[in-house]
Design a protein around this ligand. Structure first.
Ligand code: TPP
Length: 367
């Protein structure tokens, strides 16, 4: 019995069946509709419609019926069937194999040489910036830093697939998106050093970049707060009929926050043009994903909220580019939310305030 709301007692179910049967009889013979028994079917505002025309004995009523219910038709089934948690995991879209060769049969959006080289250059620049600013923190020149090591493809390839009018609501491990949009290395350094050229005038912690010129909202430290903000922005894009979408980035840890769930539901119901980009890098500081959720990552949650979703290899720049390119097309042209879950690995420490040797083997760490 796959219904919909609270469990009912056997007596209530039987009363409901008798009521349904009398309804069918009344309809067929144009009799006055029976009075609804009080307390029964109160939550059911939509009539069920029968499949086929055969006269059904009472005990068979449920097995052969579908009910028109908001969201589509629901089939009644006689078995009491619980949806189980499945061991089968959703596949991960990739274009390149481990050696960088294109997988046979893989479909992807073409990247010409100029764009490919530009993406590669930006990934390297991001690594170099991370190395210099990470070392600056270790030398005591700045108070804090956090690298994107291992997530370069996520940063750069997703940025490359967007338009500049698309509004970005970052977490904090996506400075490459801002880099791609033309924020200069000097501007990154100004923010981290909090000098007089910093747009925030030194009021923010290092790495809390933001630039209205680049449609990049300022990094917000409280985890997941940017997700509902992004939905609001996407809603305004929809109302203004703009040819653009919002994109928000967050980690696997962010998906445990209430803001994530409220944002997904709101976006689905309001049908707003947004890309939810989850960087599933295996860790939320010291919490591994195995202790973060029991669902099949974030991708299944998107589906649960009625959002078209895809899982992609976050270390494959071509796959990330293609997935975000397609996601953007659908988000903008169909005014709908899309969720992209990119699988990757946080190979650096969480930040300069973290020593991940305390909770994982040292050979997994690069910085
Ligand atoms: C609301 C809130 N709770 C806790 C924290 C502390 N905190 C900072 S980063 C972080 C981990 C977030 O992990 P994830 O979202 O997976 O992103 P990642 O750092 O792996 O990129 C936590 C718990 C916070 N900043 N805000």
């Amino acid at each position: 019995m796959a219904f919909i709301g609270n469990a009912r007692s056997t007596a209530t179910r039987l009363l409901g069946r008798v009521f349904s049967a009398s309804l069918l009889v009344a309809r067929r013979h144009s009799l006055p509709m029976p009075a609804r028994p009080s307390g029964v079917w109160q939550g059911r505002r939509f009539w069920s419609s029968r499949v086929g025309e055969s006269e059904l004995p009472l005990y068979d009523l449920c097995s052969d019926q579908v009910m028109d219910f908001p969201g589509g038709k629901v089939t009644f089934i006689p078995e009491m069937r619980f949806l189980s948690n499945s061991d089968e995991r959703i596949g991960c879209y990739r274009v390149l194999d481990d050696n960088g060769h294109v997988l046979s049969g893989s479909s992807f959006h073409e990247v010409n040489e100029e764009l490919g080289v530009k993406m590669y250059r930006h990934m390297i620049t991001l690594q170099v910036m991370d190395t210099i600013l990470y070392e600056a923190q270790r030398q005591g020149r700045i108070s804090f830093y956090l690298t994107s090591t291992g997530e370069e493809a996520i940063n750069i390839a997703s940025a490359a697939a967007l338009n500049y009018e698309d509004i970005v609501f970052p977490q904090y491990r996506e400075p490459g998106v801002l880099l791609w949009r033309g924020f200069a290395l000097q501007e990154f350094a100004n923010q981290c050093f909090g000098n007089k050229s910093d747009y925030g005038k030194g009021r923010q912690m290092p790495i809390h970049y933001g630039s209205s010129k680049h449609n990049y909202f300022t990094v917000s430290s409280p985890i997941a707060t940017q997700i509902p903000h992004a939905v609001g922005a996407a809603y305004s894009l929809k109302m203004d009929r703009k040819n653009a979408c919002a994109i928000t980035y967050f980690g696997d840890g962010g998906t445990s926050e209430g803001d994530f769930h409220a944002a997904l539901n709101f976006a689905a119901v309001m049908e707003v043009p947004i890309i939810f980009f989850c960087r599933n890098n295996g860790w939320a500081i010291s919490t591994p994903t195995t202790e973060q959720f029991r669902s099949d990552g974030a991708v299944i949650r998107g589906q649960a909220y009625g959002i078209r979703s895809i899982r992609v290899d976050g270390n494959d720049a071509l796959a990330v580019y293609s997935a975000v390119y397609a996601a953007r097309e659908m988000a903008v042209s169909e005014t709908r939310p899309i969720l992209v879950e990119a699988l990757t690995y946080r190979v650096g420490h969480h930040s300069t305030s973290d020593d991940s040797t305390k909770y994982r083997p040292i050979d997994e760490i690069e910085h």
